[in-house]
Design a protein around this ligand. Structure first.
Ligand code: ARG
Length: 316
């Protein structure tokens, strides 16, 4: 603490005060990882923590007992809010209802996990593109977006235990002659940019192939199929099936292909945020154990999940 006091009063120019204090707060966040959910310090957090810190310093100055870790011991609900990013154009996992609320399977799962874990969550709806960067930059603490756990993504972020099994599925017009994935080799295929659907089609057709039409959302790709702009769409099965069931006019049929690897969705956190990850994993285990997960699953998919989600199998 004495070192901190020195450091705090050292800067003479007011403009150097905030960066110096920010450094201290960062140190405190680092040392007492209770605030680990705040990878970057916003102005609100800055003043909140600065206030707590100054109060602590006053206590020390008055000769009282040194307070233990002010930032950590103070109940700080405002800094405990976990900011969740989701690309809410992905029904039934995440979408916006008529009221503009973000709803869906993923949202219910995260809310249930948060309730079990005693954390507060706030959902934001950024576009899919760049969604992973927001984790690195610390704008979001957590991403839920039907995100497939892949070895490549694990290089740059950490994933919870898997909470949902998925697979790619092909959507074509009912009268299409396409019967299997390799039939798409020379055809126009719509995918959502940067998804695992994009990956499999890129592998089939080659990266620079102009026949791959990359859209910013999966519904946009499916709309394009409706309009005849592409011959097929490859996307996550849950989303394709939901679209087909809810858009009778689209006249689609779906084709599954055994060449598609099984995928598993995970909740993503910033690499190294072990504390949040542990909370999420415990919460996930709890909602599975008490039947909440199964209830949510049945609400969205009509049937109970086939079996307990197996151990992480990472798709390439
Ligand atoms: N599961 C696929 C992936 O991780 C697609 C996820 C897209 N999610 C979304 N909300 N748009 O690449």
């Amino acid at each position: 603490m004495p070192r901190l006091i020195l450091f705090l009063f050292m800067p003479s120019k007011p403009q150097s005060f905030q960066p110096a204090l920010t450094q201290i707060i960062r140190r405190i966040h680092f040392n007492f990882s209770a605030s680990i959910f705040i990878p970057s310090i916003t102005t609100r957090h800055f003043f909140h923590t600065a206030g707590t810190l100054l109060a602590g310093l006053v206590l020390v100055a008055c000769g009282k007992q040194e307070p233990q870790a002010p930032a950590a011991s103070a109940p700080a609900p405002a800094t405990r809010v976990v900011v969740v990013g989701t690309d809410a154009a992905y029904a039934p996992f995440e979408s916006q209802n008529e009221k503009g609320e973000i709803v869906g399977f993923d949202i219910d799962v995260v809310k249930a996990v948060a309730q079990k874990a005693g954390i507060e969550v706030k959902f934001l709806n950024p576009p899919w593109e760049g969604i992973f960067n927001s984790l690195g930059q610390g704008d979001r603490d957590l991403l839920v977006s039907a995100i497939t756990i892949t070895a490549e993504r694990q290089q740059t972020m950490d994933f919870s235990a898997p909470y949902f099994d998925a697979q790619q599925l092909i959507a074509v017009k009912k009268d299409s002659k396409i019967a299997k994935f390799t039939d798409l080799k020379k055809l126009k295929v719509g995918v959502q940019n940067g998804t695992t659907g994009d990956e499999v089609v890129t592998k089939l057709q080659g990266k620079e192939n102009v026949n791959i039409k990359r859209f910013e959302s999966t519904p946009l790709a499916l709309k394009e199929l409706e309009g005849g702009g592409v011959d097929a769409v490859v996307a996550d099965n849950g989303v394709v099936v939901h679209y087909v069931n809810n858009n009778a006019n689209s006249q689609f049929k779906t084709i599954s292909d055994t060449s598609f690897a099984s995928e598993q969705y995970g909740l993503a956190v910033k690499k190294g945020n072990a504390e949040l990850l542990a909370i999420l994993n415990k919460g996930l285990a709890d909602v599975k154990a008490d039947g909440t997960y199964q209830q949510i699953y049945t609400k969205y998919f009509g049937a109970a999940p086939a079996a307990a989600t197996p151990a992480p199998a990472v798709s390439k």
